[in-house]
Design a protein around this ligand. Structure first.
Ligand SMILES: NC(=O)c1ccc[n+]([C@@H]2O[C@H](COP(=O)([O-])OP(=O)(O)OC[C@H]3O[C@@H](n4cnc5c(N)ncnc54)[C@H](OP(=O)(O)O)[C@@H]3O)[C@@H](O)[C@H]2O)c1
Length: 292
């Protein structure tokens, strides 16, 4: 049996859809809102829900739950590792963060979780997910929307680029890895993905100038890029109801992009995808202009 956590989220929902479309798999959805009917209740912050929810599970697709301070994320991901071990889960597939994000503040809880899972009695497969195209669009949105009027896209992206990937591509790979793992276990074997770490970096990198070009097409008027400072970005985020950790992570992404660290040099994406990577430009443009 395969259990997918976090199925109300963007990635978990796609993974669940993909797995249930395949023949011959026993797939169970898990979510904080589950009531034991169509979905099991899986709340990483409530270990009792994990003890019950992981019963009978062979393959656990553990969607990271990173929206919190690091100590909270470490506690919740540690609880998952403990509960998976206690329930006799045989393989855990964890959605982590790609190597280009190594220097961001997002990386620490992911790397800690990878290490923690490696110590478990189960096999682990680490899917180091690239940064979503939607994330780059979202980071740009506050500056992209006014550009429709001003013709200036002023953002703290420096002159670096971010390698981005369509979330659907990451979901497709997760489905493939989970299905192959479950089938290998059912056949009395061990998955070829057991113990592997895959770097699923996007194969397209975009920067501020590229986003200005996308906005030019979207708005039907010339938009030029003007790099702004990190101090301006920090001031722009204040007073909008963001949690402190969100501001930390956002500034860290801007800072890493400006430093040129978010452009990947290599990727396992195309090797694991069974189709060419989805184009990312429209995804970035749509999420950058969603609030306009
Ligand atoms: N690579 C990237 O660019 C990128 C960008 C953003 C986020 N991420 C990470 O990737 C994860 C999946 O991305 P997404 O796009 O699906 O995010 P999303 O749409 O915002 O969904 C958030 C996910 O977190 C789960 N979650 C939150 N608290 C939880 C808890 N206490 N116990 C169990 N699950 C919990 C939710 O599950 P339920 O509500 O169903 O319980 C949901 O699946 C995120 O949670 C985040 O850690 C990666």
């Amino acid at each position: 049996m395969i259990l997918v956590t976090g199925v109300s989220g963007g990635l978990g929902r796609l993974v669940l859809q993909g797995l249930t479309a395949l023949d011959g798999l026993d797939v169970v959805p898990g979510t904080r809102g589950g009531d034991g009917g169509t979905a099991r209740r899986i709340d990483f912050d409530d270990p009792a829900s994990l003890a019950e929810g992981f019963a009978g599970v062979d393959v656990l697709v553990m969607i990271s739950a990173g929206y919190a301070e690091d100590d909270v994320v470490l506690a919740r991901h540690g609880a998952v590792a403990d509960a998976a071990a206690a329930a006799g889960v045989r393989q855990v597939i964890y959605t982590s963060l790609a190597g280009s994000g190594e220097r961001t503040t997002l990386a620490l809880p992911h790397r800690w979780t990878e290490h923690r899972l490696a110590q478990g009695p189960f096999d682990a497969t680490i899917l180091r997910n690239g940064l979503y195209a939607e994330l780059l669009g979202g980071l740009s949105a506050a500056d992209a929307v006014p550009a429709a009027e001003s013709g200036v896209f002023s953002a703290a992206l420096g002159t670096g680029r971010m390698s981005v990937v369509a979330r659907e591509d990451l979901a497709d790979i997760t489905v493939r890895v989970a299905a192959e793992a479950d089938r290998a276990l059912a056949a009395g074997g061990r998955s070829r993905h057991a113990g592997r770490t895959y770097e699923l970096e996007g194969v397209t990198a975009l920067g501020g100038e590229d986003i200005a070009d996308l906005l030019t097409k979207r708005y039907g008027r010339p938009v030029t890029y003007r790099p702004s400072s990190l101090a301006e970005a920090r001031a722009g985020l204040a007073g909008h109801g963001f949690e402190a950790y969100q501001i930390t992570h956002t500034l860290s992404l801007f800072s890493n992009m400006g430093a040129g660290f978010l452009q990947a040099r290599s990727s396992d994406l195309t090797e694991l995808l069974q189709a060419p990577p989805r184009p990312v430009h429209d995804l970035v443009a749509a999420s950058a202009t969603a609030g306009g």
